[in-house]
Write a protein that binds this ligand. Structure first.
Ligand SMILES: [Zn+2]
Length: 447
């Protein structure tokens, strides 16, 4: 199949031309930040960098921007345009504290549509296809971001948003969409609801899934693809940088997500030192918005842990690729000196056939040591087997010493430290309703 691009020139530009464009845009960005945003005027003056002649080699002399910088200037303190030029406001809620507010000019909304259209084509979508958009609409950027991209591409959009799983299942059966966009956890919720209705995965029309907004793993991808009988590609973004549309996997190869580098300049840095790490090594993803007007951000510290490669991709795109996000530095838990991301535990659980891909990590503090319990659902078949052997006990918990030991071993081998395993009946853990799902329940403050 010949690869299609939404914007061939931008997506297959030579690396040399891309670098020239990035440097031109970086100079213009620094000029605007100095002129219009007091926070950056101060921060840039301290660096002594000549913004008119800056090159990519100077990047590491420029200051990072962190989520706390946005929160401290809540709601509009970092905007580079007047309020009357603001076309839309979105916001994201963290697990704690204030909303992080982001603003868009008319040109920013145009860019949001453009980069999402690119990502949809990368994921295999084409004009005329129908998109079942189960990303949340509202202050969250996911729903409206994909919506704009799909319209720009010329798709038929069904703006379902998150939640109301039963109705979504009916709509999928009745409308016959080609593509679904959703978080991985909500995709599993839908797959399970279809199975409970007795609908086989190949009886639904969906053939492509555009999946993101949460860190996820290859084992979860396999389960999702089996459950929906669809080819699932990762899409990545974050509201502070634009929303969805920062990067996407090409459906042909799916070995890393192509970053729309002409608009979002990526770096991967060491989380402790802030220094660039070599290509292929994990670190914190840092993004500079090269073209955004209302909320341009310099070296935004995403907190997402990933690696980067600029190796050519067989799809023909020259845009650098980022790995699946391994986790977030703020989701990272430290257990007896070992850094643990929920995605590592997920990968371990994926190796045990009796388990379903629904889990939580419960972190407690016993004396001074952090102890982690993995609560994980078993499959319905496993529940039946345990019920027959009378191993099932009270409430939602199940006991099977052999399965617990085997699961514990898989976790220890993958993650590098021991965790307690608690088996839970199918449906015993809360499901995603389309928003972001937190895998970690931190009870350390309470104990
Ligand atoms: Zn590619």
């Amino acid at each position: 199949m010949a690869t299609n691009y939404f914007d061939r020139d931008s997506e297959t530009v030579s690396r040399a031309d891309l670098q020239t464009l990035q440097e031109t845009r970086l100079r213009s960005l620094l000029g605007r930040l100095k002129e219009r945003v007091p926070f950056y005027r101060q921060a840039l003056a301290d660096t002594g960098v000549d913004s008119a002649h800056v090159t990519l080699a100077d990047l590491n002399r420029l200051p990072f921007t962190r989520k706390d910088d946005l929160r401290a200037r809540y709601p509009f303190g970092l905007l580079a345009v007047g309020r009357s030029e603001l076309a839309r406001v979105h916001a994201s809620s963290g697990t704690t504290g204030k909303l992080t507010v982001v603003g868009y000019s008319a040109a920013d909304l145009d860019l949001l549509a453009e980069v999402n259209a690119r990502c949809l084509v990368m994921a295999g979508a084409r004009p005329g296809m129908m998109l079942h958009n189960a990303y949340g609409y509202g202050l969250f950027t996911g729903g409206l971001g994909l919506h704009a991209g799909a319209e720009r591409l010329g798709m038929t959009v069904v703006p379902v948003s998150g939640g109301m799983t039963e109705r979504q299942v009916s709509l999928i059966q009745d409308f016959g969409p080609d593509v679904i966009a959703c978080t991985p956890s909500f995709g599993l919720t839908l797959a399970q609801a279809l199975a409970e209705r007795g609908v086989a995965p190949d009886e639904i029309s969906i053939s492509l899934a555009v999946v993101g907004a949460e860190p996820w793993t290859e084992s979860l991808r396999s389960r999702l693809e089996a459950g929906l009988d669809a080819r699932a590609s990762n899409i990545y973004g974050l509201s502070e940088v634009i929303g969805p549309g920062v990067s996407s996997e090409c459906v042909e190869h799916r070995s890393g997500s192509h970053i729309n580098e002409d608009h979002f300049l990526p770096e991967v840095v060491d989380p402790q030192t802030g220094q660039a790490v070599p290509e292929g090594e994990d670190g914190v993803l840092v993004l500079t918005t090269l073209t955004k007007e209302a909320l341009p951000l310099l070296r935004y510290w995403t907190g997402d842990v990933a690696s980067l490669t600029s190796e050519p991709c067989p799809c023909g795109r020259t845009l650098a690729r980022m790995s699946l996000v391994r986790g977030r530095t703020d989701d990272m838990i430290v257990v007896r000196g070992t850094n643990v991301f929920p995605s590592q535990v997920e990968a371990a659980l994926g190796k045990v056939a009796e388990l379903a891909p629904h889990y939580r990590l419960i972190v407690r503090r016993d004396d001074t040591l952090d102890e982690v319990t993995v609560a994980v659902e078993v499959t319905p078949a496993t529940e039946t087997r345990l019920a027959e052997t009378r191993l099932a006990v009270e409430a939602d918990e199940l006991r099977d010493a052999e399965l617990e030991q085997r699961t514990g071993r898989a976790v220890r081998e993958t993650v590098g430290c021991s965790m307690q395993i608690r088996l839970v009946r199918p449906g015993g853990l809360e499901r995603s309703q389309g928003g972001k799902l937190s895998r970690v329940v931190d009870q350390r403050e309470l104990s």
